[in-house]
Design a protein around this ligand. Structure first.
Ligand code: PEP
Length: 253
């Protein structure tokens, strides 16, 4: 059985107090509303990680993740944060290759492959993001384009390693735009990506990997997207900043 994962990407939002309030509300609601069957991952900006981890406490279905890590293990790289440092603070997951990092920080498939390896070596679970731009979607080449992102960044991993990776399919045209992929579009791509993984690693490995959808997921559209057989959860941006919305998305399962 694949894990059902609802991950919140806070991006560069939330002060210390706001982050504490949001985390405490989510932890309390998840407990009161019996959300045990869904894995929740909170991905705040770096300075929050330690406190968020503490606030999660003993909740066994809630985890903390970073939004990025360095491709280097340690050393003179001012401003960077390595995977081993994150792991030493009790961080569980790390988002790698978000389209905002690919676009604004020019992160290449090759660099992302190195980051994924760093994360895995430190015992973190990478949430590897992939997805096509509007141009590519309109040209009809989205499927080979996104498969290539996986091939280039993940297919050097062993079967054991790739089994630790969570994939997030995030069409760029749907991120922060209010425009969501239809449940059919999401299912079509998720199933194509799973078949692609199976072609290299076999069906058993492909069937064990959670593939999340990301792009303007909210309480009103979550149930339909999450009802699809190959959609194993969501990576949520805007709606993860409101505890009620984030929990309601998780409850849509
Ligand atoms: C994201 O940034 O990963 C995302 C899916 O954002 P939003 O939900 O705001 O579209």
């Amino acid at each position: 059985m694949r894990k059902k994962i609802i991950a919140g990407n806070w991006k560069m939002n939330m002060t210390y107090e706001e982050g504490q309030k949001l985390t405490s509300e989510i932890v309390q609601m998840a407990k009161d509303e019996n959300l045990d069957g869904v894995t929740l991952v909170l991905n705040p900006p770096f300075p929050h990680l330690y406190v968020v981890k503490k606030l999660i406490g003993e909740a066994s279905n809630i985890f903390v993740g970073a939004q990025n890590c360095s491709d280097k293990e340690s050393g003179a790289y001012t401003g960077e944060v390595s995977a081993p440092i994150l792991a030493s603070f009790g961080v569980d997951y790390v988002i790698i290759g978000h389209s905002e990092r690919r676009e604004y920080f020019k992160e290449s498939n090759e660099l992302l492959a190195t980051k994924v390896k760093q994360a895995l070596a430190a015992g973190l679970k990478p949430i590897f993001c992939c997805g096509e731009s509007l141009d590519i979607r309109e040209a009809g080449t989205h499927e080979p384009n996104v498969k290539y992102q996986l091939t280039d960044s993940l297919f050097d991993l062993s079967a054991e390693e790739i089994s630790q990776v969570v994939i997030a399919y995030e069409p760029i045209w749907a991120i922060g735009t209010g425009k969501t992929a239809t449940a059919e579009q999401a299912q079509e791509m998720h199933s194509a990506l799973r078949r692609h993984i199976a072609s290299k690693y076999g069906k058993e490995v492909a069937d064990s990997i959670s593939i999340l959808y990301g792009g303007s997921m909210k309480p009103s559209n979550a149930a339909e997207l999450l009802s699809k057989p190959d959609v194993d959860g969501g990576l949520i941006g805007g709606a993860s900043l409101k505890s009620r919305d984030f929990i309601d998305i998780a409850k849509s399962y």
